[in-house]
Design a protein around this ligand. Structure first.
Ligand SMILES: N[C@@H](CCC(=O)N[C@@H](CS)C(=O)NCC(=O)O)C(=O)O
Length: 299
């Protein structure tokens, strides 16, 4: 490095302490739930319903991946995928309850507990792991042909590795940080546009991410990058010129037409049009009878 003046987008004045200590909140959105330590903050058991699959979640992009998968499995007639979807209010700290932490030591939605064998419930956390668990259990949406399977898992892992740059990087600094830092926004806008181009090039040559079939890779990528392509996350559609990614737009629309996707997006949703919010799902009929326009606010 030279002793040149820092560029204009480089704020001066901050020198990190020798050892970082948790002395103040960051001031950003969600600062009230961010902590530098793991583990529960309070005792609270998770409720368990009557179905084999117990899901503890919220309709964020990570949550939607799993409710879409469960609805897709039910649409194919897999009654073993029947599920109770319990609402976890992350802005109120439900993810730090002792029962939730036992299901997911990382304290983030979604968490699944598979009670197919009631004597031996299986906990699964990380949305990608949940998609793989369900795909393998029911033999759906994860091809068995080695090449197609490798392609599916590759795109699934691509999503798990890439989305934190979109959410924790771009989204945080563009929409949630208490002030705008040009350096951070430039860095992550560049990366997110690169990711959109990765998807666009793949979807120019292939109907779905892993090939001609819709798989768990599409289910993982669509809630993040499809929402981004439609300007639905971070109000960043114009900023990122998302309309330019034509193949991503085609794929987003195509997947959005699926009835199971339409249902899955509604589950554990607490924002948007009341008729699109199904706070908790315990029965297939809940989509008709228990949306927010027909109920009182969840407690
Ligand atoms: N890699 C995880 C990410 C899960 C995640 O970040 N969940 C967020 C909501 S989308 C959450 O629960 N945040 C609460 C918190 O950080 O305390 C996955 O894919 O399951």
């Amino acid at each position: 490095m030279t002793d040149e003046a820092p560029p204009a987008n480089h704020p001066e004045g901050y020198v990190p302490a020798k050892v970082w200590t948790w002395t103040k909140g960051s001031g950003g959105r969600f600062a009230n739930i961010n902590r530098p330590i793991a583990g529960p903050t309070h005792d609270k058991e998770l409720r368990v319903g009557k179905h084999p699959m117990q899901l503890y979640s919220l309709a964020t992009p990570n949550g939607i991946k799993v409710t879409v998968m469960l609805e897709e499995l039910l649409a194919l007639g897999h009654s073993g995928a029947e599920y109770d979807a319990w609402l976890i209010k992350i802005n109120e700290g439900d993810q730090f309850g002792s029962g939730f932490v036992a299901a997911n030591p990382n304290s983030k939605i979604p968490a699944l507990v598979d009670h197919s064998d009631p004597a031996k419930p299986i906990r699964v956390f990380e949305s990608g792991a949940i998609l793989m668990h369900l795909a393998e259990k029911f033999g759906e949406f994860l091809p068995t042909d080695p090449a197609a399977r490798a392609e599916t898992i590759s795109w699934l892992m691509w999503q798990m590795g890439s989305a934190p740059y979109l959410g924790g990087g771009f989204g945080h600094f563009y929409a949630y940080a208490p002030f705008r830092i040009e350096y951070a926004i430039d860095r992550f806008a560049m990366e997110v546009k690169r990711q959109l181009d990765v998807l666009d090039r793949r979807l120019a040559e292939s109907e779905y991410l892993a090939g001609p079939d819709y798989t768990i890779a599409d289910m993982a990528v669509w809630p993040w990058y499809g929402s981004l392509a439609k300007g639905l996350v971070y109000e960043a559609g114009e900023f990122l010129s998302v309309q330019d990614y034509k193949h991503v737009q085609r794929w987003t629309d195509q997947i959005g037409q699926r009835p199971a996707v339409k249902r899955g997006r509604m589950v554990n949703r607490v924002f948007g049009e009341p008729s699109t919010q199904l706070w908790e799902r315990h029965d297939a009929s809940d989509f008709e009878t228990k949306t927010a326009d027909k109920l009182n606010k969840p407690d």
